[in-house]
Design a binder for this molecule. Structure first.
Ligand SMILES: Nc1nc2c(ncn2[C@@H]2O[C@H](COP(=O)(O)OP(=O)(O)O)[C@@H](O)[C@H]2O)c(=O)[nH]1
Ligand SMILES: [Mg+2]
Length: 360
C-alpha cells in the first residue's frame, strides 16, 4: 500500500513524514525549492506478528509495510500554478490513497503568510483542489476527443468515451469528486487509466500543536463530516521518534497521553479506514504478514504471495490467529476442529493464517 501525503503548504506534511519514519527530511517555515519527494517504507507493527514469531521462532519475521510519500512541491492553488503536474503529480497519481495533513498549530511566520490555522476550511480547500485537478484532466481529454470526432474518427468507442467524460466533467464542474459519480464496471475500466485524484480514498491527519492536542473536538468534527480523521501532535511526535532511549520516550508519551507511536497509529488507522486487512503465513523459515483488501478471496490472497500460487491454486488451509492463541498450538487448533480447507472463493478474514496448496 502506498499513501501520498498531501496538504496546504506548511501544514506539516514533512513533519508528519519524519514522525512516521524516523527520518530527518527538511522541515521549514519558508518555501522550499526542493521538488523531489521524500519516500519511506515503514513496517506495520502488528503485535500479532510478534507473538507468531515468538511461537514459530522462524529465520525471518516480515511485517506488512506501508510506503509513505511526502510531496515536497505540492500545495494549494497547485492545479492553476502547475505544481500539480510533472513528476510529483505522477507520483500522487500512483498512490493507493491520500493522507491530507491539516494545520492545527500557530506559527508567527506561517500565520502571517497563510493566515491563522483553520482546519475546517483547509479540508474544503484540499477537496476542491483535487476535484479541480481532475476537472482539468477531464476537460483536456474531452477537447482531444471532440477534435478527433470532428476529424472524422467516429468510432463507437470514442463516442461512448465522449459521453462518459462529458458526464464526468459536468459532475466535477459541480464540485463533486469522481468517487461519488455513478459508474458501471465498463465506465470504471475506461476511466482507470486517468488515475483521477478525487477517485482515491483519503483520510486526514490533524496536525496539532502541543497546546491544542486532544482539545480540538470542533475541528475534528468538521473534518470528520468529510473524511475519517486522526489527530497527531506532529512536531512533538517527530521529536519523540528521534529519542534514543525507550524509557525517555515512554515518559514523554505518557505526558501527552499518547499510547502508541505515530507509525503504529497511522498505519493501523490507514488499514481500518481504507478497508485493508492482514493475513499471515507461518513456518520455520518465515512468519509474515500480507496485505489485501477486505472482501478479497483465498485465490486473491494466494496471488498476493506469488502469481504461481493463484494460477495453480488447489485449496487453502486456513485457521485463525485467535484460535491459535486460544489453543496454544496448531495441533490444538486441529483437535478443536478449527482447522479448515477452503476453496478459491473463500473470503479471507483479518488474522487468517493461510497455507496455499497449489500445483503448477
Ligand atoms: N508548533 C508547531 N509547528 C509545527 C508543527 N508541525 C510543523 N510545524 C512547523 O511548521 C513548519 C512547516 O512544517 P513542514 O513539515 O515543513 O510543512 P510542509 O510544508 O507541509 O512539509 C516547520 O517550521 C515546522 O517546524 C506542529 O505540530 N507544531
Ligand atoms: Mg514539506
Amino acid at each position: 500500500m502506498n499513501i501520498g501525503l498531501i496538504g496546504l503548504q506548511k501544514s506539516g506534511k514533512t513533519t508528519i513524514f519524519n514522525a512516521l519514519t524516523g527520518q530527518d527530511a527538511e522541515v521549514s517555515d519558508y518555501v522550499s525549492q526542493k521538488v523531489e519527494p521524500n519516500m519511506a517504507v515503514v513496517d506495520v507493527r502488528d503485535t500479532r506478528i510478534d507473538r507468531l514469531s515468538a511461537m514459530y521462532e522462524p529465520k525471518r519475521t516480515i511485517y506488512a509495510t506501508v510506503e509513505f510519500v511526502d510531496f515536497a512541491g505540492l500545495s494549494a492553488g497547485a492545479a492553476e500554478h502547475g505544481v500539480f503536474s510533472g513528476e510529483a503529480m505522477q507520483m500522487v497519481k500512483n498512490a493507493d490513497a491520500l493522507c491530507v495533513v491539516i494545520r492545527n498549530f500557530s506559527d508567527e511566520v506561517i500565520d502571517e503568510t497563510h493566515g491563522a490555522p483553520n482546519p475546517a476550511s483547509e479540508i474544503e480547500t484540499i477537496a476542491t483542489e483535487l476535484v479541480l485537478a481532475d476537472l482539468i484532466v477531464a476537460e483536456r481529454r474531452l477537447e482531444r476527443i471532440r477534435h478527433d470526432l470532428q476529424r472524422g474518427k467516429k468510432t463507437p468507442q470514442l463516442q461512448a468515451e465522449e459521453k462518459l467524460i462529458d458526464r464526468l466533467a459536468t459532475h466535477l464542474g459541480d464540485g463533486a469528486p469522481v468517487s461519488t459519480l455513478e459508474l458501471t464496471p465498463d465506465d470504471r475500466k475506461a476511466l482507470s487509466g486517468f488515475q483521477f485524484l478525487s477517485a482515491k480514498p483519503f483520510f486526514a491527519v490533524l496536525n496539532s500543536s502541543e497546546e491544542r492536542y486532544s482539545k480540538s473536538g470542533d475541528a475534528i468534527a468538521a473534518i470528520d463530516a468529510r473524511c475519517p480523521v486522526v489527530e497527531f501532535a506532529g512536531n512533538f511526535e517527530m521529536e519523540l521518534s528521534r529519542l534514543e532511549s525507550d524509557e525517555e520516550r515512554e515518559i514523554f508519551m505518557a505526558d501527552m497521553n499518547i499510547t502508541e507511536s505515530a507509525q503504529t497509529r497511522l498505519t493501523t488507522f490507514a488499514y481500518r479506514t481504507l478497508g485493508y486487512i492482514s493475513f499471515f503465513t507461518v513456518g520455520k523459515d518465515e512468519v509474515r504478514a500480507w496485505t489485501i483488501h477486505s472482501g478479497e478471496s483465498a485465490v486473491d490472497a494466494a496471488g498476493t504471495i506469488h502469481s504461481d500460487l493463484a494460477r495453480g491454486f488447489i485449496r487453502a488451509e486456513v485457521f485463525s490467529y485467535d484460535d491459535l492463541m486460544e489453543r496454544g498450538s496448531e495441533k490444538g487448533v486441529r483437535d478443536a476442529g478449527r482447522f479448515r480447507l477452503e476453496g478459491k472463493t473463500y473470503v479471507v478474514a483479518d488474522g487468517d493464517i493461510i497455507n496455499v496448496r497449489f500445483s503448477v
